[in-house]
Ligand binder design. Sequence first.
Ligand code: SAM
Length: 245
Amino acid sequence: MRPRVTLIGAGPGDPELLTLKAARALAAADVVLVDELVNRGCLAHVRSDARIIEVGKRGGCKSTPQAFIEKLLVMYAKQNRNVVRLKGGDPFVFGRGGEEAEALRAQGIEVEVIPGVTAGIAVPASLGIPVTHREFARGVTFVTGHTKDGAEPDWQALARSRTTLVIYMGLRGLAKILASLQAAGMDPATPACLIENGTLRNQKQRVATLATLSGEGFAGPALIVIGDVVRFARVEAAELKAKAA
Ligand SMILES: C[S@@+](CC[C@H](N)C(=O)[O-])C[C@H]1O[C@@H](n2cnc3c(N)ncnc32)[C@H](O)[C@@H]1O
């Protein structure tokens, strides 16, 4: 049998949002390499004799270099162990899953991908925001606020797109993002919100407009959602649910 690695998306936070297929693959794993954003509740499916290796940065430590993660995956796969790589959300949405799959295949390793629920859909949904409500948006655009080369997105095109904008990794650059969209012609009164730790007990949200949204008091991980669909946000209901949890 060819050595193989299963690349799994753990979902946005709440461990109950892990797919059945992912839970089954975790239960069969001998070795699991886990990223920082993965809720540790997802590891409840892993057998007690399996090896769990944390490769994200936690507790102020530096994150494990990507090349070293790939080396570990190749090493364990070539020992014919059942290897799982567990990543937050969906592995192919801003998750470097593509890079890892490519590196593994280049080493002759077979890669199976089990998609996960991406934060960009589940986190707005936790507030009741339907990202593609057809009366308010022509679609949804996932954008990163943090690019590898530091290049800016095409704000003019995004402002004109009439799609809901869901911005990952944008908290640090929030003020600049909001100013850039307004400079590109987006109405300052456009509803906008910030959601931190979405789907988890410590979820926090702020709903405002493009002109007034602030990131004060937010530390991340957080998503920015911009567009008319943000009018559907049920902040009070989310706060009551958090209190009851
Ligand atoms: C490296 S990206 C990984 C995205 C992941 N692959 C996905 O599909 O959701 C990490 C960013 O996703 C967003 N994110 C992930 N989980 C989140 C959550 N529970 N609440 C809010 N934002 C989240 C944040 O913008 C965070 O900085």
